[in-house]
Design a binder for this molecule. Structure first.
Ligand code: ATP
Length: 305
């Protein structure tokens, strides 16, 4: 599903993907997806394990070959214009490819010589709280420290586009928070960020737009408010006993104790229900009404199949 107003001129887009397909032998891991990422936005790709997120990012990064479809990244084709794209793009892979014997500082110094963007190892050491680890061999870092070093290299020199595969997996809450700050700093500098995550709260906190993948396809996409608005909302209340409920537009379930209603017309159904309760003098001390959460939507996608 493309959100409203998404069909934009290419100039506004950092990434445009049409009908992308990627196969590994007979297995089609990505089954015809469309994506549009605007310049300057943070875009989060969510999904179940094996949904095809990493495979998709690898195509955008120029590391993976597509079997079909069109891909434009910063106006270039990552499959053929890899050399031209490389200096404009920061990439964090799911597994960093470090030289384990080099220290943290030596790794950043090596990076400084290899990457065509200017930055200072000292700035990154401070930014990612690696100053006290600067003389430690990379092979001896903890998983979270390696992840931070990986990210430091990806955001080196504030690239026009950063593609980050699970940037906060394995980080403690404080490091995660700081990583979010670093990602938001990129956006404040006008950069574009595409990331994958398994953390719904991360997508909610960071992303301007989201796509949720499942089994090689995009199940839903759009801004969080667009996605939530398109899903049924719900209300619940404790109501013991058999009920003679009024007709509701949504689907009501009553287990003899709790009433749960999922509906596309929250206001209408809630009004009907509250009128019904008031007419009968029924008290509803634990009445709750809420739009669908990202967690509900995610859960719905996983269980729909
Ligand atoms: P996760 O959240 O678990 O990291 P993902 O959404 O990133 O998953 P991918 O890593 O893109 O998923 O994998 C998509 C599918 O393709 C999976 O079923 C995976 O087993 C398969 N796959 C990935 N890489 C290869 C490969 N090199 N050869 C064969 N199959 C592969």
């Amino acid at each position: 599903m493309a959100g409203p107003g998404l069909d934009r001129a290419d100039g506004d887009l950092a990434i445009r993907v049409r009908d992308l397909r990627v196969s590994y032998g007979d297995f089609e891991a990505v089954r015809g997806i469309d994506l549009q990422v605007r310049r300057g936005e943070i875009f989060a790709l969510l999904g179940t394990n094996g949904a095809g997120k990493t495979t998709t990012l690898e195509v955008l990064e120029g590391f993976g070959r597509r079997s079909g479809g069109e891909v434009s990244v910063l106006g270039l084709d990552p499959a053929t214009d890899t050399a031209a794209l490389r200096p404009r793009m920061g990439v964090q892979l799911q597994e960093g490819g470090f030289v384990e014997e080099l220290t943290v500082l030596e790794s950043l110094q090596l990076w400084q010589r290899m990457v065509d963007r200017r930055d200072e190892p000292q700035r990154l050491l401070e930014r990612f709280e690696l100053t006290t680890r600067r003389d430690v061999a990379v092979g001896k870092l903890s998983g979270g420290e390696k992840r931070r070093l990986d990210l430091a290299m990806a955001v080196w020199g504030s690239p026009e586009l950063a593609v980050l595969d699970e940037p906060t997996t394995g980080l403690d809450p404080e490091s995660r928070r700081r990583t979010w700050d670093a990602i938001q700093e990129l956006q404040e500098a006008g950069r574009t960020v595409v990331l994958t995550t398994h953390y719904l709260e991360e997508a909610e906190a960071l992303a301007d737009r989201i796509a949720i993948m499942h089994e090689g396809r995009i199940a839903v996409s759009g801004s969080l408010s667009e996605i939530v608005a398109a899903q049924p909302a719900g209300f619940s209340a404790t109501l013991p006993g058999p009920l003679d409920l009024p007709p509701l537009r949504g689907r009501a379930e009553h287990d003899g104790e709790t009433l749960r209603v999922r509906t596309d017309d929250l206001q209408g159904d809630l009004t009907t229900f509250l009128t019904w309760a008031a007419d009968r003098g029924v008290r509803l001390p634990d009445l709750r009404a809420a739009p669908a959460s990202l967690a509900d939507i995610y859960h719905g996608i996983r269980t729909e199949q």
